[in-house]
Write a protein that binds this ligand. Structure first.
Ligand code: DGJ
Length: 711
């Protein structure tokens, strides 16, 4: 008798082996007819334990599992450090969901495991540990294990830094690789995400399992290959000693682990992640085109200038004007004022009303920057409540951008921030908050008083932050929130449950943006991806770029402008207006379609696009990033089209983003004019052998609109 149960929804199935009390995933992916886990049961090798231990959803040392245990913790006397769970109650099973209730009476612990296949056909697993013993239980790790088949031999994880986020890197599925983030926020350099796949897996080939951990604090993701060849990805929060102590009766819930399987490469796995996010909280209307004042004026808040900027913004089609840092307290530069969330009378003697009214009079919405979790030591808030910070008594705290982190794990801190933010939302008609967070957490202890050494407080801070965001959203459900952390330092599936858009990167250099945005779409949908048209010379790289290239790069995301348009020429403003018009026309497709990325042989180019779910309409981009090594660019192959349909291909040249450099054009383009749109190719040809691009200067984007013919 097989002990397997199968959960299934659409094209995703999970087979669980229930041979032991701890359920173990033995397959996640496309449904397999009559899956029998006995086919994979291991024989006993020489010089090993007498029975091979399963890789349960929580791996247990006490069963003979010799890899990383899923639970690490103990009681004050050192006991209960290696529990083995038995069944506490019959599991609750439905077609798409199962809940298991386990307990270890010796250790005095209960474990609940929830596993569900969502509408997006992702698999979500969460663990809940309850201390039913009589002494406190100190927890160091509660991580979920998702076994991978032995043919998952390669991994793609993400690295990066400020202004260079979302950089994928490929490595072997070795004995042990651990991604460890100790920054107390999601971070720029280690993302809580990994793809495992079969040898050489690419965007459209190979078995792939995307795994994300929904958590915005410190975390660890381990990819472990056991000596018998089996392997798993284990993900959970990274806790410091003493950070989570479960008093009798208390429960710790691990962050969700979300799995997006695919049998045809990374792109379909990404599309499942996109659907997962889209279903969390869809927006009612279209994503507004934003003008953000940061790089336009920095801290120089001057009403006349900002009003004029708003006027120019409205004239080019901007829909939301966001006033960035510098409007409150003593915040005239980045050394002071954080925490004092009152409008500065010095800069805004009549409050924000003159700018809010002006912006709204121009038909735009108003958004405001805040950084609630932070405090400058030079602020009234810090002078009054120094013990509200996450610091450790007896040590000199490490500052980051001259600021400290408030302990959002404290109810009084949350109440203060809630009261201040809601007061602003009540007084002004604000439709959008840019919620920033500009430093890593270091030696952050929660202190009851200024002399209290406290305990590690990152976990409490993150949970408190979620609570604060949820409370603000409940009080003002129509206000959209953007997650920013020095650009893309806090983008993950948990913050996205509570926010609506992200500031992808502080880098507006379009060349850098090409790789940042491509990496971003491997995990998250493009409509959340703040993408702003910056000035001619990018502030963070000093590289100068043509306007067409900047606009065609930003087009695919949640479009915005981060540029002092008052310094732009009339001709440039007119071109920006055309780009915004184009974005608005294509927005329903760009923001609801399926993102596709092509594996292109030439690293000097990036080929990507968006296809409507019915595959009748698509926008594709061939991006010449740098000069190719070949004399002419290599044919571009599109993806995601219907091979059986023919498509009318229109080159979108409204943006002036295509800088041709060849002596002749390829044959299919010769005689092409924008009026002659009868260039037709089959989806099959476009995806298999592809289309020859013209010779292009680097930093060129060739945009195509593809419409399926009715035949
Ligand atoms: C960091 C953000 O990433 C920027 O966009 C800007 O909002 C500054 N903070 C303001 O201080």
């Amino acid at each position: 008798m097989s002990s397997a149960v199968t959960l299934q929804r659409g094209a995703t199935s999970v087979v669980l082996d229930l041979g032991a009390a701890m359920p173990a995933i033995v397959h996640v992916g496309a449904p397999i007819v009559d899956f029998d886990p006995r086919a994979l049961a291991l024989p006993v090798a020489n010089a090993t334990l007498d029975a091979p231990a399963p890789i349960g959803l929580l791996t247990e040392n006490g069963t003979g599992f010799l890899g990383r245990p899923g639970l690490v913790g103990s009681r004050p006397d050192g006991s209960a450090w290696a529990p083995v769970f038995g069944q506490r109650a019959e599991p609750t099973m439905a077609a798409e969901r199962a809940v298991f209730r386990l307990c270890d009476e010796v250790a005095g612990l209960e474990l609940d495991i929830e596993i569900e296949i969502t509408e997006a056909e992702t698999v979500v697993v969460a663990l809940g540990l309850t201390n039913v013993g009589e002494s406190p239980y100190s927890l160091i790790r509660l991580s979920t294990s998702i076994p991978m088949p032995v043919h998952a031999t390669e991994l793609v994880s993400f690295t990066g830094r400020w202004c260079k986020e979302f950089q994928p890197r490929r490595h072997e599925f070795e004995a042990l690789s651990v991604i460890e983030n100790r920054r107390g926020r999601t971070s720029h350099d280690q993302l809580p995400a990994i793809f495992a796949g079969s040898i050489g897996f690419g965007e459209h080939h190979g078995d792939v399992w995307g795994v994300q951990l929904a958590w915005s604090g410190s975390y660890e993701i381990a990819a472990e290959r056991l000596s018998d060849g089996r392997r798993h990805i284990q993900a959970g929060e990274l806790l410091s000693p003493g950070e989570v102590t479960l008093e009798p009766g208390a429960t710790y819930r691990s962050p969700d682990v979300v799995v997006a399987p695919s049998q045809t490469g990374i792109t379909p796995s990404s599309q499942r992640f996109h659907r997962h996010v889209r279903q969390m909280h869809p927006l009612a209307g279209p994503r507004k085109v934003i003008l953000n004042t940061w790089e336009a004026v920095y801290f120089n808040h001057d009403l006349d200038t900002l009003q004029e900027l708003a006027e120019v913004g409205a004239a080019v089609g901007v829909e939301r004007f966001v006033l960035d840092d510098g409007w409150f307290g003593s915040r005239r530069d980045d050394t002071k004022g954080l925490g004092d969330w009152w409008v500065s009378e010095e800069v805004w003697p009549d409050g924000l009303h003159p700018i809010v009214d002006h912006v709204q009079g121009l038909g735009m919405e108003f958004g405001l920057w805040v950084e609630p979790e932070m405090v400058n030591p030079d602020s009234d808030l810090y002078r009054k409540n120094p013990h509200w910070t996450l610091t450790t008594a007896g040590y000199t705290p490490v500052l980051g951008r001259q600021q400290l982190v408030l302990d959002c794990g404290r109810a009084d801190v949350r109440d203060y921030l809630f009261e201040r933010i809601v007061a602003l939302l009540n007084e002004y008609d604000i439709s959008y908050l840019k919620w920033d967070m500009n430093r890593d957490l270091v030696q952050g202890s929660n202190q009851r008083s200024i002399d209290d050494p406290g305990r590690a407080g990152t976990h409490g801070h993150v949970v408190g932050l979620y609570e604060l965001l949820d409370r603000i959203r409940e009080a003002h459900p129509k206000v959209e929130i953007e997650s920013c952390a020095s650009g893309g330092g806090r983008i993950d599936l948990a913050i996205l449950r509570r926010t609506d858009r992200v500031w992808t990167s502080d880098c507006n250099d379009a060349l850098e943006r090409q790789s940042i945005q491509r990496g971003f779409t491997m995990l998250f949908p493009p409509e959340l991806m703040g993408a702003h048209i910056g000035p001619h010379q990018a502030h963070t790289t000093h590289r100068a770029q043509e306007l067409g290239f900047r606009m065609a790069t930003a087009l695919f995301g949640s479009l915005g402008i981060e540029w002092n348009l008052l310094k732009a020429t009339d001709a440039e403003r007119e071109r920006v207006r055309l780009a915004i018009d184009l974005h608005k026309r294509l927005r329903p497709l760009l923001h609801h379609g399926d993102v596709v990325r092509t594996d292109h042989q030439d690293p000097a180019a990036n080929v990507h696009g968006v296809v409507s779910p019915d595959r009748t309409h698509a926008v594709m981009a061939y991006v010449q990033l740098t000069p190719s090594i070949t004399t002419v660019p290599l044919p571009m192959r599109f993806s995601g089209l219907d091979p059986d349909r023919r498509y009318r291909c229109t080159i979108i040249d409204d943006l002036g983003s295509m800088f041709e450099f060849g002596r002749t054009r390829p044959a299919w383009m010769q005689g092409y004019t924008n009026e002659d749109h009868e260039i037709v190719f089959s989806g099959d040809q476009l995806m298999s052998s592809g289309l020859q691009p013209p010779v292009l200067h680097p930093e060129s984007v060739m945009l195509f609109e593809l419409e399926a013919l009715a035949d």
